[in-house]
Design a binder for this molecule. Structure first.
Ligand SMILES: [Zn+2]
Length: 70
């Protein structure tokens, strides 16, 4: 079967470069510079980053903002 190309560049098809799922298996695949990522992998990455950030943020002492002097 021949696929029609509609010229929409934001809607990528093909497979996710990270988990290999096809566009039909996931809600959305986003592509950039030849790499593709599906919404599930985006969610996983966001979770990982948020987790790591929380760990780092605990160790790092953020300078307190002094309101007394401007
Ligand atoms: Zn994926």
């Amino acid at each position: 079967m021949r696929r029609m190309s509609c010229g929409r560049s934001s809607m990528a098809d093909g497979n996710c470069s990270f988990c290999g799922k096809a566009a039909s298996q996931v809600f959305r695949i986003i592509s950039s510079n030849g790499a593709k990522i599906c919404n599930e992998c985006v969610g996983r990455c966001a979770d990982m980053i948020a987790d790591e950030y929380r760990k780092v943020a605990k160790d790092v002492q953020f300078p307190e903002k002094g309101d007394d002097e401007t």
